[in-house]
Design a protein around this ligand. Structure first.
Ligand code: AMP
Ligand code: MG
Length: 400
């Protein structure tokens, strides 16, 4: 059996083997959190007309006067009126077209109206063109506004809406099965016998997936019986796009997962990474290009591997570019296992000098997940560099 591979090698192998998810066209109202897979270009100038930015009056600023005669009202949503005479003004509302012949807006706050005239207070006009949002000043018709790979958040949704994209092409959501394994595990609502524990990893992994906008997740459990494992996985491999298993990948007598996967034709890409926690992680590709992540069952290991490998792989398969993890500063010295990459849970704090400080909250063992609730995520510390001084800079990944 070959030895464990490095974190970088595991990451590269996963990337090289991940499929690219297909695309689908969906209504904009359902597109939040999805990954864009088309170019978005401006369908008209933005703004599409000289837009009034304040409620007030529109004037022609050839000669600056102390008062203007009010000749009418230009509302939003109407075609542009014309300002005929230099000494006249038109009342205007935010969002209206700037009247033809006008070039400047004076806000109501700088006016006093009386007997059909608008009287300007001192300093009401600072510049010609003030409070006018010029046509095409944000972007021109045909400009490229968004490219494939962009996660659709509120600002992107606004850009799609204003450019008339009622249906948008996005990555299809993979149907993901999370499978927990183990004879000792029982349901959440069970009263465990002294030798049993309630299943938690599967729910935690599903939550991490949903948090990252991979919402099509089903959760399953199977005991450590080869026949049952084969039956469930065979079924899931038919109907799901991605399988995330936890437990049963180590050296125990009933750790059947790797051999069961191979029996089902899932090709092993690697088994074991030189890391702590999560050393026994297994990864392979099933017929039909379906990735199978088999994570160790220890709760900290399962979550660390989800964050470090599963989520980035799913994002890449959705067409998102790899994001660089945020750099944080170690707040206290730390000694780790000399020859392994170590993932350390940390709580983030704002440093006095503006740096983001990471306070290590080492878990007692990879089974200690109670302490994780006091943390914001994990930092990654390289092998062969321990001990680490306070002040060391490390990449950080947030739980959500
Ligand atoms: P394994 O990787 O199957 O050897 O499991 C390692 C440890 O993780 C054991 O103590 C299991 O009881 C625990 N474990 C495995 N799966 C789960 C799960 N779904 N929820 C909570 N703990 C689990
Ligand atoms: Mg087990």
């Amino acid at each position: 059996m070959e030895g464990p591979i490095s974190v970088a090698a595991a990451e590269a192998l996963i990337e090289a083997h991940m499929p690219r998810f297909a695309t689908e066209r969906i209504p904009l109202a359902l597109a939040q959190g999805r990954v864009l897979r088309q170019d978005i270009r401006a369908d008209r100038d933005q703004p599409p007309f000289d837009r009034v930015m304040m409620d007030g009056i529109a004037i022609r600023h050839e000669v600056s006067l102390a008062r203007y005669r009010i000749a009418g009202t230009q509302l939003a949503g109407e075609t542009a009126m014309t300002l005929a005479t230099t000494g006249d003004c038109l009342e205007v509302m935010t969002g209206a077209m700037l009247p033809q012949g006008a070039d400047t807006v004076v806000p109501v706050e700088s006016l006093r109206k009386s007997e059909g005239y608008a009287n300007l207070t001192a300093g009401a006009v600072n510049a010609v063109g003030q409070f006018v949002h010029r046509r095409g000043s944000d972007c021109r018709e045909g400009d490229l506004l968004l490219s494939p790979g962009r996660m659709l958040r509120a600002p992107e949704i606004a850009v799609l809406a204003t450019n008339g994209i009622a249906d948008v092409e996005v990555s299809r959501l993979p149907a993901i099965a999370v499978v927990s394994t183990g004879d000792e595990l029982v349901d959440i609502d069970a009263q465990p016998e002294p030798w049993q524990i309630r299943r938690s990893n599967d729910h935690a992994i599903a939550a991490a997936l949903r948090d990252a906008h991979f919402g099509e997740v089903s959760v399953h459990h199977v005991t450590d019986e080869r026949k049952r494992i084969l039956g469930l996985l065979d079924e899931l491999l038919r109907h799901r796009d991605v399988i995330v298993l936890c437990g049963g990948v180590s050296m125990g007598q009933r750790d059947y997962i790797p051999s069961a996967l191979e029996t089902l034709g899932v090709k092993q890409v690697f088994h074991k990474i030189a890391q702590r926690p999560g050393k026994p992680m297994w990864f392979g590709i099933a017929p039909g290009d379906k990735p199978v992540f088999a994570l160790p069952g220890n709760p900290v290991s399962a979550l660390v591997c989800t964050l470090r490998y599963v989520l980035p792989a799913l994002r890449a398969a959705s067409g998102m570019p790899a994001s660089r993890p945020r750099a944080v500063t170690l707040a206290a010295p730390l000694t780790t296992h000399a020859s392994l990459t170590c993932f350390i849970p940390v709580a983030l704090e704002d440093g006095d000098d503006g740096r983001l400080m990471a306070q290590p909250v080492p878990s007692a063992t990879s089974g200690d997940f109670a302490s994780l609730v006091r943390t914001d995520g994990i930092i990654e510390l390289p092998p062969n560099a321990s001990p680490f001084e306070a002040g060391f800079t490390a990449p950080f990944r947030a739980w959500s």
